[in-house]
Design a protein around this ligand. Sequence first.
Ligand code: FAD
Length: 414
Amino acid sequence: MRRYSAFAIAREAARHHLGWERAWRSPTPKARYDVIIVGAGGHGLATAYYLGKNHGIRNVAVIEKGWLGGGNTGRNTTIIRSNYLQDPSAAIYEKARSLYETLSQELNYNIMFSPRGVMMLAQTEHEIRGYRRTAHANALQGVTTEFIGPAKVKELCPIINVKGPRYPVLGALWQARAGTARHDAVAWGYARACSDMGMDIIQQTEVTGVRREGGKVTGVDTTKGFIGCSRLGIVVAGHSGVMAERAGFRLPIESVALQALVSEPIKPVMDVVVMANTVHGYMSQSDKGEMVIGGGADGYNNYTQRGSFHHVEETVRALVETFPIISRLKMLRWWGGIVDMTGDRSPIISKTPVDGIFVNCGWGTGGFKAIPGSGWAMAELMAKGHSPLADDFSLDRFREGRFIDESVAAGVAH
Ligand SMILES: Cc1cc2nc3c(=O)[nH]c(=O)nc-3n(C[C@H](O)[C@H](O)[C@H](O)COP(=O)(O)OP(=O)(O)OC[C@H]3O[C@@H](n4cnc5c(N)ncnc54)[C@H](O)[C@@H]3O)c2cc1C
């Protein structure tokens, strides 16, 4: 039996908007865990889940300074696809996409995966060449994509203006089983499954320091005191540089604001996701009817969780050009997240210079789609010391010049 009074648990539940059962587990951390994960975003929670499910490691705590999914996981535009160019990327993103297909059943929690199809418009000759190349690479990788012509684009999404004033639509890279999911449900579903396995999810608790002895991690200092662990996973996206510094090493990573907005809700007008990389904007329609619109990343490092105004203006201008019917819609909400960008626009899933500390970051503007695959790989790395899905994404690649260059392939990078 736990030693907390019913009053203390009820107070925690009310304060942190937790379910009764999760509050039962969360108020006072244990003194020592096998594994601590810092960050209760999708990647941190998925790591904890697969540690328990695939490797039987259940003495795990996930420590979160805010609330479940309150970072980028609950702020993104939910696009899921796996049509990347490089083999290691296609492997991990396709693993993630295929896990998404059955995640609702697996977690017994409706994450609303909607494989409605994603098209990336080709609006220059250069993009046609690039996307044809990606389609060929995907065929070899076992990822189902195809290059389609403008007539098929118009058939799939009648509201597109294929004769755009600046850039006509010349075709598109189309992935029919790509799509969207409800982002915060992904965090909630994984969290509940972790909680059911007996793991502790400790919210409203910031990790402020990392303790080491003889080059090995021994635990973390938090705003609620010291908590010991044998292994530590740092999974904090835009704050990876900050946490790495607290752990005594540096990461080749930059943090910038990326923003998104939604319009007022309207009747269904599009049932696919469209990304227009040349004019720069992308759009889908949520189940509520809002047009979900993604903008660009700031050109300078910052932690504002807001972003610059001119990006919104540029994005809306690009999308009005592509979808003239949205020109009179009102904007309903606008927000930003802090994304973690590496030089080659690929993630880092790696051991670190400190024994027992592992890092998972660098997903930048496109990591929502990777959550199940990333958690799977990170858990395997932490349990076994290596993972076929993660090995190419190690920190060594920056020293050895083995970059996984996805910046051209990904374009707008979601
Ligand atoms: C506007 C926007 C649009 C996007 N669109 C897409 C998209 O369409 N498709 C796609 O695939 N990706 C998209 N992304 C990217 C995607 O959201 C991220 O790559 C992904 O959510 C990262 O998940 P995470 O779990 O690594 O990080 P997060 O969800 O940010 O979780 C990290 C957590 O760590 C916590 N934390 C930080 N420091 C500490 C500390 N010291 N102690 C304790 N906790 C700490 C934070 O509070 C946070 O909750 C978008 C991102 C943004 C911002």
